[in-house]
Design a protein around this ligand. Structure first.
Ligand code: ADP
Ligand code: MG
Length: 230
């Protein structure tokens, strides 16, 4: 399904928030590295998707009404067998129904479990004056507590991407501390450039969140994605 198809379907359903599956589909087309996610409407479909993708996998709730999937009990990580997938499918449905009884549940998404990396976040939001603004920061607690982020107006150039990655206070973490692997800075810069180009080409995108992106010694991958349409 192309980006125009995805957007049209969302609009027809009166939705502005794209699901993780839809968002990743579009971003994959745009050359942004993501853990591609498949929609599984039943437990059987989830097992089949897992068999095809290869274990271990991650299951997440797919619902237009759930923004924070883990808060709703809608994320299960590191599933290594069909039985684990089946249990996780039932568990997710049960938790989400309990915590958000009004939410429509379309099923679950199935994706490969990505190896752990340094968590960073990439975002885009619309500034009324400047238009789309790109944000880069360290993920998790650091970004919430320290607001340690870098901003640039879209579109960015390679020089901007280089600076964004380097100007956050947490940059030493990306360079590798205490024997930890350094992050692949070139891959992060490339990802920022791809996101910028994507947003520039699609003015209908009002908001974009890649939270988190796992940064590795070699490469980087977004394990969660959310696009909001204008
Ligand atoms: P939400 O932000 O809606 O709660 P996420 O998709 O971000 O849900 O998942 C929650 C957490 O689970 C992530 O922050 C990440 O640490 C982990 N996670 C999600 N998807 C994967 C994956 N494919 N591989 C490894 N870890 C993942
Ligand atoms: Mg997330």
């Amino acid at each position: 399904m192309s980006i125009t198809d995805v957007i049209e379907r969302a609009r027809n359903e009166g939705r502005t928030v794209l699901t993780e599956v839809e968002s990743k589909r579009i971003l994959e087309d745009a050359g942004v590295p993501v853990t591609a996610a498949r929609l599984a409407p039943t437990a059987d479909a989830a097992v089949q998707a897992a068999e095809e993708l290869g274990y271990p996998v991650v299951l997440k709730v797919v619902s237009p009404d759930v923004t924070h999937k883990s808060d709703a009990g809608g994320v299960r990580l590191g599933l290594a067998s069909g039985e684990a997938v089946r249990d996780a499918y039932d568990g997710i449905k049960e938790s989400v129904k309990r915590r958000e009884p009004e939410a429509r549940i379309d099923g679950v998404s199935v994706q490969r479990m990505a190896p752990p990396g340094i968590e960073v976040i990439v975002g885009v939001s619309l500034d009324p004056q400047f238009g789309p603004v790109l944000m880069f920061g360290l993920g998790g607690v650091l970004v919430e507590v320290l607001k340690d982020v870098a901003f640039r107006i879209v579109p960015i150039e390679p020089r901007d991407a280089r600076q964004m990655v380097r100007e956050i206070k947490g940059f030493p973490l990306l360079e590798g501390v205490r024997g930890q692997d350094a992050a692949d800075l070139a891959a992060l810069e490339e990802l920022l450039l791809k996101v910028s180009a994507f947003v520039e080409a699609h003015p209908e995108v009002a908001e974009l969140d890649l939270n988190p992106v796992f940064a590795y010694k070699d490469g980087a991958v977004a394990v969660d994605a959310r696009i909001v349409l204008a």
